[in-house]
Design a protein around this ligand. Sequence first.
Ligand code: H2B
Length: 93
Amino acid sequence: MEKLSTSAITEKLAQLNGWDLKDDGIEKSFSFQDFKTAFAAMTHIAIECEVLNHHPEWNNVYNRLHIRFSTHDAGGLTQADFDLAKIVDKIIG
Ligand code: H2B
């Protein structure tokens, strides 16, 4: 996967809702009704990530979930990070 240029990142970020650029990654926080709803979403996301072999850095505290995507192999952001951000938004809606 090819590391994206700054201008490509700006363009792709503008097509997403609520994702912030931070330290060469994109991040977003979500909150759910309770833990089981949060964990159900995480399970769904985990399956999609495994299929695409691209994995999140994430943190869950009860009903809150913080997700970060970055491509470690490329040392920055790639198309895979934006593809998964879109999938996450679709899953969580
Ligand atoms: N996930 C993310 N976010 N970045 C990677 O560079 C990455 C990954 N690399 N999942 C994959 C797995 C790689 O380590 C394995 C060996 O395919």
